[in-house]
Design a binder for this molecule. Structure first.
Ligand SMILES: [Fe+2]
Ligand SMILES: [Fe+2]
Length: 337
C-alpha cells in the first residue's frame, strides 16, 4: 500500500485534490448513485390514495394499516437522522476527496428519501404530528433510534478528533452504527414488509418508492463497508479481538431490536409474513453485513426472501425505469405514461 493513502486524517494530501484517485471504489459508488437518480414525484400515487381511503371489500385491513404506518413512522425520521450524521460528523473526519464526493451524493439521496416521506404524507393525507412523532411515541421505533444515537454519540462531539488508536476505534464503532446497523439492518425488516405489500399489488406507489430507497441504501451500505474496511486496513492496530467483540455485540443487539420492531409492526402476521420469517431474514442480512466487514457470521439463517436480492439487482439494468415499467405493465397493475 502506498504511504500516501489515508482515508481519514488526510494531512498527507490536499482534501481538494481529487485527481489522481486513491480509492477507485468511492468513485464507483458515486457513479452508481448518479445513475440511479430518481425523485418521489415520478411515482404516481393515485392507486395508493384510493386504496388508503377505501372502505369495505378490498380495503386495507387494520393489520396492513398498522404495518404501513409503523414503517412510515420509522423511516420518515430515520432518513433525516442519517442525513444529519453524514453532514455533521462523518464528512468532517473522512477527509479523502473522492470519499467526500460520495458523501455529498449520499447526503443528496437522503434528502430525496426525506422528501419521499413528505410526499407520501401529503398524498395520503396523514397527520404529520402522528407520523413524525412515532420515533418518540412508539417504543419499538424509539429503541432503534436511541440505540443508534447512543452508539454514535462520541463523534457528534465537535471536539472529537480521529487522532489516537482509541479515537479511530470510536470512529469505526460509530460508522458501524451509522452504516451497518442503521442503514444495513434497521431498514431491512421495513423493506421486506413494504416490498411484500408491493408484491401483492397493495400500496404500489409507496412500494415502488421503497424499492428505489432500497436500491440507494444498498450503495450507501456498500460505501460504508468499504470505508470501514479501508480505515481498518490503514490502521490495523485498532482491529483488536476486544474491539471486534464490541462490534459483534452491537450487531447482535441490533438484530434483537429489529425483530422486536417487526413483531410490533406486524403482531398477527399478514401476507405470508410473520415475526419468525422476518427474524430469519434479519439474521441472514446481519450475517452478510458481518462478513462484509471481515467478521464471521453468527446465525447461519437462510434467506427466506430471495426476491429481495432480485430487487437490489435491478440497479444493474441500464435503463431501470423502462425495465420497471415493462415489468409492471406485464403484471397489469400500473398505469404509467
Ligand atoms: Fe436513506
Ligand atoms: Fe442511506
Amino acid at each position: 500500500m502506498s504511504e500516501r493513502k489515508k482515508i481519514i486524517n488526510c494531512n498527507v494530501t490536499d482534501p481538494n485534490k481529487i485527481l489522481p484517485f486513491q480509492y477507485p471504489w468511492a468513485r464507483v459508488h458515486y457513479k452508481t448513485g448518479v445513475a440511479n437518480n430518481w425523485t418521489p414525484e415520478e411515482v404516481p400515487m393515485q392507486q395508493d390514495i384510493e386504496l388508503w381511503s377505501k372502505q369495505g371489500e378490498g380495503a386495507l385491513t387494520e393489520e396492513e394499516r398498522r404495518m404501513i404506518i409503523w414503517n412510515l413512522g420509522f423511516f420518515s425520521t430515520a432518513e433525516s437522522l442519517t442525513a444529519n450524521n453524514i453532514v455533521l460528523s462523518i464528512y468532517r473526519h473522512v477527509t479523502n476527496p473522492e470519499s467526500r464526493q460520495y458523501l455529498l451524493r449520499q447526503a443528496y439521496e437522503e434528502a430525496v428519501h426525506t422528501d419521499t416521506f413528505i410526499y407520501i404524507c401529503d398524498s395520503l393525507g396523514l397527520d404529520p404530528d402522528e407520523v413524525y412523532n412515532m420515533y418518540l411515541t412508539i417504543p419499538s421505533i424509539k429503541e432503534k433510534d436511541d440505540f443508534v444515537i447512543k452508539m454514535t454519540e462520541s463523534i457528534m462531539d465537535p471536539q472529537f478528533q480521529t487522532d489516537t488508536v482509541e479515537n479511530i476505534q470510536k470512529f469505526v464503532h460509530d460508522l458501524v452504527g451509522y452504516y451497518i446497523i442503521m442503514e444495513g439492518i434497521f431498514f431491512y425488516a421495513g423493506f421486506a414488509m413494504m416490498l411484500s405489500m408491493l408484491r401483492q399489488n397493495r400500496m404500489v406507489g409507496v412500494g415502488e418508492q421503497f424499492q428505489y430507497i432500497l436500491r440507494d441504501e444498498t450503495t450507501h451500505l456498500a460505501f460504508g463497508a468499504d470505508l470501514i474496511n479501508t480505515i481498518v486496513e490503514e490502521n490495523p492496530e485498532i482491529w483488536t479481538p476486544e474491539f471486534k467483540q464490541t462490534i459483534i455485540e452491537n450487531i447482535k443487539k441490533s438484530v434483537d431490536l429489529e425483530v422486536a420492531y417487526a413483531q410490533d409492526s406486524l403482531p398477527r402476521g399478514i401476507m405470508g409474513l410473520n415475526t419468525e420469517i422476518i427474524k430469519e431474514y434479519v439474521e441472514h442480512i446481519a450475517d452478510r453485513r458481518l462478513e462484509r466487514i471481515g467478521l464471521e457470521k453468527l446465525y447461519g439463517s437462510n434467506n427466506p426472501f430471495p426476491w429481495m436480492s432480485e430487487i437490489v439487482d435491478l440497479k444493474k439494468e441500464k435503463n431501470f425505469f423502462e425495465t420497471r415499467v415493462t415489468e409492471y405493465q406485464t403484471g397489469g397493475n400500473l398505469d404509467w405514461d
